[in-house]
Design a protein around this ligand. Structure first.
Ligand code: XMP
Length: 255
């Protein structure tokens, strides 16, 4: 079963389309054990309400990939969750290959990559490693922050068609052509989700970060075509993470 199918299965089993971004603020070295314990306790509390866990540099940097984060990845798998590394791979091919190999070796089911690097000596080695190991590659299409318009939103001449198109439209077409396992479009831009969704159809699911803390709205993102909602601070840093996760899950999938 490929990553896309496993995500669908996890979402069905958990009755949730929420991807938890397990993110926390900076901690000094002496607090790093407590940071791991905090991350573990949030995962323990919210796992019934989510379908996947997403890790970012917030935990990779202080805890390390193999000494700390891998334990969380294993735990997430024990809970029946999928795991995604939000590393936004963005380097030359030889380096990307090693990045992908390490994150997949740590157990991640999918990694996020930046299509700005192009295919040859860019994305190609990532997809090759992923396909060999049966793992996923999710591509950025339009990021959730305001400055996204300067890169993802710029108008370009599509090299293949010679037409003037928005950068994110070209990336959405690329995600479809490459059979990526997901496309990231910010929940903060439902109109872009809608446009991208028309290109991707059912073939490539849309993952949308930006719910809550960044101002994105669940209903608008889902109605525009998002399949999975990435939620970080609104759950991980809530006073009661389990209550917040449950509330969001129940809003998305009313009983
Ligand atoms: P919050 O706290 O804003 O956390 O709910 C969101 C998480 O998702 C990351 N993020 C993105 N990741 N493309 C990505 O691949 C994006 O456009 C994007 N926007 C936010 C963010 O770093 C955090 O981990």
């Amino acid at each position: 079963m490929n990553f896309r199918a496993k995500m669908e299965e996890s979402a069905k089993n958990k009755q949730s389309s929420i991807v938890l971004a397990l993110d926390f603020p900076f901690e000094k070295q002496e607090n790093r054990k407590a940071l791991f314990a905090k991350a573990e306790s949030v995962l323990d509390a919210v796992h019934p309400f989510i379908c996947a866990m997403k890790i970012n540099h917030h935990l990779i940097l202080p805890l390390g990939t193999f000494d700390g984060v891998q334990k969380l990845v294993d735990k997430a798998h024990d809970f029946g969750l999928m795991t995604i590394m939000d590393c936004k791979v963005n380097d030359i091919g030889a380096t990307n290959q090693v990045i992908a190999e390490y994150y997949y070796a740590a157990g991640f089911d999918a990694i996020i990559a930046n299509p700005f690097i192009g295919w040859e000596e860019g994305l190609e080695p990532i997809f090759t490693v992923a396909r060999k190991l049966g793992r996923g590659v999710i591509l950025l299409v339009y990021m959730s922050h305001k400055g996204a318009k300067e890169g993802y939103g710029q108008t370009i001449y599509d090299n293949e068609t010679g037409e003037k198109v928005p950068q994110y439209v070209s990336f959405a077409k690329k995600a479809l052509k490459l059979e990526a396992d997901g496309a990231v479009v910010g929940a903060t831009y439902p109109e872009k989700i809608s446009e991208v969704s028309k290109i991707l159809g059912e073939k490539v699911p849309i993952f949308s970060p930006g719910i809550g803390a960044q101002g994105g709205e669940i209903k608008a993102a889902l109605m525009a075509g998002s399949r999975y909602l990435i939620v970080g601070r609104a759950i991980a840093q809530a006073v009661n993470p389990a209550e917040s996760a449950k509330e969001i899950r129940n809003f998305v999938m009313p009983k």
